[in-house]
Design a protein around this ligand. Structure first.
Ligand code: ZN
Length: 151
């Protein structure tokens, strides 16, 4: 990991892990999804308020390791007030970054502070922690009922 990315990783991931944004239930959500990462025990419940194609609000509950919480926190902050299509496009970029790292071809600048998540690529055991919230988001946006598992 470059020093720059390492600094960003520590700053952003530790900050969001300690003080998650958009944490809590969303009573008027019209989309929800549950995600589970059995490898680490991370659990997330995601609440989305979709107005037409716009993600008006998004919140999450659950428990897990610092990376899973930080990733969920960063994900909610990144997709709130964006369209479903934008959120799904972001899913594709982040997923490629955390699973493929530098070979993904994704420009780090194109994902803003989410670039910090690409640091987990060097820690294979952590990839599912970082991607859980994103898989759960995709499931919620696609209206799938079954529980998401990273396995
Ligand atoms: Zn985890």
């Amino acid at each position: 990991m470059s020093d720059e990315l390492k600094d960003l990783y520590q700053e952003v991931v530790l900050d969001h892990g300690k003080r998650p944004r958009n944490f809590g239930e969303l009573p008027d959500a019209n989309r929800t999804a549950d995600g589970y990462n059995p490898l680490c025990g991370d659990q997330i419940k995601l609440f989305v308020k979709l107005e037409g194609e716009l993600i008006r609000d998004v919140r999450f509950t659950g428990q897990g390791c610092a990376i899973s919480k930080a990733s969920a926190s960063m994900m909610t902050a990144a997709v709130k007030e964006h369209t479903r299509a934008e959120a799904l496009a972001l899913f594709d970029r982040v997923h490629a970054l955390v699973t493929l790292g530098p070979t993904s071809g994704v420009e780090l600048e194109s994902v803003g502070k989410l670039a910090a998540l690409s640091g987990v690529w060097e820690f294979p055991a952590r990839v599912k922690c970082a991607s859980l919230a994103w898989h759960t988001l995709k499931s919620a946006l696609e209206g799938k009922a079954e529980k998401v598992s990273t396995e």
